[in-house]
Design a protein around this ligand. Structure first.
Ligand code: SAH
Ligand code: SF4
Length: 348
């Protein structure tokens, strides 16, 4: 509003309308004089990203293709009314109605440049960064659709949709500020996942605690050799460099780092791998938990799903080694569960 030559309190009125009342167009912001609304309409886009398509799973999960504002491309946003037993259902939550622990999975970029071999989003390449408004706007659009009472009903956010948040750091963090300060969601209910972008982790470590989400690292392999195969980014920032950077994050009391571990059949799911992960975790010396995720298959990706016995054996080995371990339940298997798969399937 300052840029538009208006007093700062006009900005507060717009923020209130967009992030608390969830208005979808400029004319609904009746606190602004009509002449100002006209003038803003000429050079600003004010409103909500549009949910262009919705896919509803039998398990209650809803996946959306959400249209950007700064460009026509869509991204995937997911509503999981009962969480996924990963970030939301790991025992740190109180029991209650499924509703009270819903999780929204948010995208940070259209596509991704990181090139993890098992990931469908990688196949899109990086098309563009989302703006802060587009990232926060995905959340507002879903809260609005679901009629969530923020502050009364419990919603968790996971930045685990399309894209690498730490390669769109400025916009992503600006979105976090909007979500905390304007929408009113606690950063302790938010988890950001990174493939291990070390400079990003270091910037993240310097964020003020009252704005900092929780951190998840996509480990996904038991050692550098295998990790470099499945996540070529590991050649730039190997496991030890990532762990060193994570150690700079000053954790809140009882806070833990999440290590995500995608189980690829025959590649990362062997009993010896579980032992290696346990040793790695012990060496890291961090308060952490491991979230196991059975790989979601998708067209054109030449991996295999882990066998259920292998998943269970992996989990049991880590648990026996004293590593806190959770199995992320697959959600919405019937509606293109692998991130990136929906967009690729629907849009060809
Ligand atoms: N770019 C960030 C966040 C988005 S990916 C990151 O990589 O961490 C979120 C999580 O989904 C990551 O842990 C990633 O390893 C995992 N993932 C990607 N594709 C998957 C698939 N097909 N099946 C299961 N997990 C997948
Ligand atoms: Fe990008 Fe994450 Fe997919 Fe890797 S797993 S390609 S970092 S979205």
């Amino acid at each position: 509003m300052a840029e538009a030559g208006e007093p700062a309190w006009r900005g507060r009125q717009v923020a209130e309308a967009l992030y608390r009342q969830w208005v979808t167009d400029l004319d609904a912001i009746t606190t602004l004089p009509v002449a100002l609304r006209r003038r803003l309409a000429e050079s600003w886009q004010v409103g909500q990203p549009r949910i262009a398509q919705a896919f509803i799973s039998q398990d209650g999960t809803e996946r959306y293709l959400v249209e950007g504002v700064a460009g026509p491309e869509t991204v995937e946003t997911v509503w999981m009314p009962e969480g996924d037993d990963g970030e939301a259902g790991d025992g740190s939550e109180e029991e209650g109605k499924s509703w009270h622990r819903a999780t929204i999975c948010v995208s940070s970029q259209v596509g991704c440049a990181v090139n993890c071999q098992f990931c469908l989003t990688a196949r899109l390449g990086l098309q563009r960064n989302l703006t802060a408004g587009e990232i926060a706007g995905q959340v507002v659009a879903v809260l609005d659709r679901q009629g969530v009472a923020v502050g009364k009903e419990r919603v968790n956010l996971v930045f685990m949709g399309m894209g690498e948040p730490f390669l769109n750091y400025e916009n992503w963090m600006a979105a976090v500020r909007l979500l905390v300060q304007e929408v009113g969601i606690s950063p302790q209910r938010m988890t950001v996942s990174t493939s291990g972008i070390v400079p990003g982790i270091e910037r993240f470590a310097a964020e003020p605690p009252e704005l900092r989400p929780k951190l998840a690292i996509s480990l996904n392999a038991p050692n550098d050799a295998i990790r470099s195969e499945v996540m070529p980014i590991n050649r730039k920032w190997p496991i030890e460099a990532v762990v060193d950077a994570v150690q700079k994050v000053r954790l809140r009391s009882r806070e833990r780092i999440t290590f995500e571990y995608v189980l690829l059949g025959g590649v990362t799911d062997r009993p010896a791998h579980a032992q290696e992960v346990a040793r790695l975790v012990r060496r890291a010396g961090l308060p952490l938990k491991v979230n196991l995720i059975a790989w979601n298959p998708g067209p054109g990706v030449a991996y295999e799903m882990p066998r259920p016995e292998a998943v269970e054996a992996f989990r049991r080995t880590l648990a026996a080694e004293g590593v806190p371990v959770y199995l992320r339940r697959p959600r919405g298997r019937d509606i293109y569960a692998a991130c990136g798969q929906l967009k690729r399937t629907v849009e060809g």
